[in-house]
Design a protein around this ligand. Structure first.
Ligand SMILES: *Cc1c(COP(=O)(O)O)cnc(C)c1O
Length: 238
């Protein structure tokens, strides 16, 4: 695909996703400015990610730290989000490149990020990943482990917990994901009251279910397939 063709296809898809976000906001009485589209580029090449950035996608996401290193080097000047698991031995190299780590899934990782943030003197902005669906294949804190994690986070000078993230179980009918997003929002609300942390962000919603997530309060939606399906595949893409 030439640059021109790629740009045309992507421009159309980005506009389509943005329109669907706006419509979902309208249904929920929300301001679309309160929803950030994170374009998850894990399945495509840096070239495709660069075109997305040129088309106004200022927030790009990757699932794996090594891919984020590569893409952030190739596509500077945007906010890179890590949406997948962060191994502790990759913190030093990943955090300086990432605007937000969505996927803090254990107190061990939280503590390691805190140590990094204190060392550099600037707290690391993170979300706590919550396994709302209870699927064994998904990472994250069990909902009943979140209070302790928030209490702990409140004592750490090296991390700023900005909110919560979840992945819904795949469902043919996106409406079936709604209870998962309601659970995350309610958990966030009760953690706000409990911890006094602002917890402004809810990262929830992917290609299959982002409109439902927006209706239920998502501030960050993570969309890959709908934007990038069929475009130049990344080598070894997950
Ligand atoms: C891949 C991925 C996405 C994007 O999923 P799509 O269904 O392709 O939109 C979002 N969040 C996480 C954590 C992912 O790994």
């Amino acid at each position: 695909m030439t640059d021109t063709e790629l740009r045309a296809v992507l421009a159309d898809r980005v506009a389509g996703v943005r329109a669907r976000i706006t419509d979902a906001c309208r249904r929920a009485g929300r301001d679309p400015a309160g929803v950030t589209l994170v374009a998850v580029t894990k399945s495509v090449t840096p070239r495709v990610a660069a075109v997305a950035a040129e088309l106004g996608c200022r927030d790009l996401g990757e699932g794996r730290p090594q891919e984020l290193w590569k893409k952030a080097e190739a596509v500077p000047g945007v906010n890179w989000h890590l949406v997948g698991h962060l191994q502790r031995n990759k913190i030093d190299r990943t955090v300086p490149l990432a605007a937000l780590v969505h996927s803090v899934d254990s107190e061990r990782v939280l503590d390691a990020l805190d140590a990094f943030g204190r060392k550099r003197g600037v707290p690391v902005p993170v979300l706590l990943e919550v396994n709302c669906s209870g699927e064994g294949s998904k990472g994250g804190f069990a909902p009943d482990a979140v209070p302790a994690a928030c209490d702990r986070a409140g004592t750490l000078a090296g991390v700023t917990v900005r909110g919560l993230m979840t992945m819904a179980a795949y469902a043919d009918d996106p409406q079936a994901t709604r209870p998962t997003f309601v659970t995350l929002r309610e958990l966030r609300d009760s953690m706000r009251t409990r911890s006094g942390l602002p917890l402004a962000d809810l990262s929830m919603g992917m290609s299959n279910d982002f409109e439902v997530a927006v209706e239920e309060g998502a501030t960050l939606v993570r969309v890959g397939t709908t934007l990038f399906e069929g475009l130049e595949p990344a080598s070894g893409a997950a």
